[in-house]
Design a protein around this ligand. Structure first.
Ligand code: PMP
Length: 388
């Protein structure tokens, strides 16, 4: 047991105490089998049941239709940056017998990294959005440019449009699902905001999320793919078209055909996904969670906005403010350190901004309680008052 922490880390992040308690017990002795979940064969009936249970709760939470497949793999969010390339180009080639191009909406460092990886793997990448160009200094993130400015390709030559629904470092979140041309597949990285709100999965070709923020622990990535995208040309044709072959551990058709058990899946991590998602189902589903997430985020932004001008600097434009990662700076020599030190004295940690951007970052994932947010809001107000 432990005292409930007031922890706002961006990932790996807090997990619900009851999930951890159950998981800890299942790590020692799962369902009275005499073995823990880290010890059983990934092909045993118990393990397959863990995978199927996690899939079923995700399907229920996100109302995933039968035309989509849910699967798990390793390699984190970063592994997906590569997997998207291999798999989506191959799907496009089956339809067109061509190597497609790809559009990337770059609104922060994670979509930037994904675009860079696609380029590295030989994709003809079009930065349909480069949000940096729309900032005052030409190099900062903090806005989602208006869709009328996006330079999207057509279904004739574009395999997919890629975007990151919530930029964890820069605190930029899409308030809508991007519209893409008919026939072009939409791919989303939802690593840091999945399960915080409902969304219409049928608008997407692929959604993926590293588990370590809102779903579970590092070590497993959740993917939801339109089944139509699992068809493949013969591999020699793919090679002839200049499409790189996916390593088998990232090859979606191989993973799906084997119910995510082509190679050894970390079943314990999948079990945490199951426990976390089952808890959300029990608590009323994603409509309820969305209201909670929004209410907590509003408390934070209201406090920051209400402070005397100049105390806190929220960098992200209002319409694109993330509900999950609230980022701001505190101008003045030593002020951010004073804020962090004061928070720590009051039992609140994990507030330091990403090393690439500095500042303060409050991660407001599902497991962060309203009480933690209230304590932090109190400190935001107190600190602002002392700055007068
Ligand atoms: N995408 C997003 C939105 C992320 O926040 C992160 C990690 N914080 C990644 C991708 C990369 O994930 P990983 O470290 O699991 O490769």
């Amino acid at each position: 047991s432990r005292t409930q922490p007031h922890y706002f880390g961006a990932g790996p992040a807090l997990l619900p105490a009851e999930v951890l308690q159950q998981a800890a017990s299942d790590l020692l002795n799962y369902k009275d089998s005499g073995l823990g979940l880290g010890e059983i064969s990934h092909r045993s009936a118990l393990a397959v049941n863990v995978v199927d249970s996690a899939k079923a709760t995700i399907k229920q939470l996100l109302t995933v239709p039968d035309t989509y497949e849910i699967f798990f793999l390793q390699g984190g969010g970063t592994g997906e940056f590569s997997a998207v390339v291999y798999n989506l180009l191959a799907s496009f080639a089956l339809k067109t017998f061509k190597k497609g191009r790809a559009d990337y909406l770059v609104t922060g460092s994670w979509s930037q990294k994904a675009a860079e990886e696609a380029t590295r793997l030989g994709v003809d990448v079009n930065l349909a959005v480069d949000a940096r160009k729309w900032s005052a200094d030409g190099k900062s993130y903090g806005t989602i440019p208006d869709p009328t400015t996006w330079t999207l390709g057509s279904a004739a030559d574009t395999a997919y449009v890629y975007y990151c629904d919530n930029e964890t470092v820069h605190g930029v979140e899409f308030p809508y699902i991007p519209e893409v041309p008919e026939g072009v597949e939409l791919v989303a990285d939802m690593s840091s905001n999945i399960l915080s709100r409902e969304f219409d999965i049928t608008k997407f070709g692929l959604v993926f999320a590293g588990a370590q923020k809102n779903i579970g622990m590092a070590g497993v990535t959740v993917c939801i793919i339109k089944k139509q995208l699992l068809g493949r040309l013969r591999e020699d044709y793919l090679v002839d078209l200049g499409i790189p072959l996916a390593p088998l551990v990232l090859d979606f058709p191989t993973i799906v055909k084997n119910n995510s058990l082509y190679n050894t899946l970390p079943i314990f991590n999948v079990h945490i996904v199951y426990l976390t998602t089952q808890r959300l189902v029990d608590n009323g589903g994603l409509k309820v969670q969305k209201a909670i997430s929004e209410a907590k985020a509003k408390k934070l932004y209201d406090a920051l906005d209400a402070a005397p001008k100049g105390v806190y600097n929220c960098i992200v434009e209002r319409a694109s403010r993330s509900r999950m990662n609230v980022v701001f700076t505190i101008p003045g020599e030593g002020r951010e350190k004073a804020f962090l030190d004061g928070a720590k004295e009051r039992g609140m940690t994990g507030l330091q901004g990403h090393r690439s951007v500095g500042g303060i970052r409050v991660s407001n994932y599902n497991a962060v309680s309203e009480r933690s947010i209230d304590m932090l809001v109190d400190w935001i107000n107190t600190f602002a008052a002392s700055a007068k």
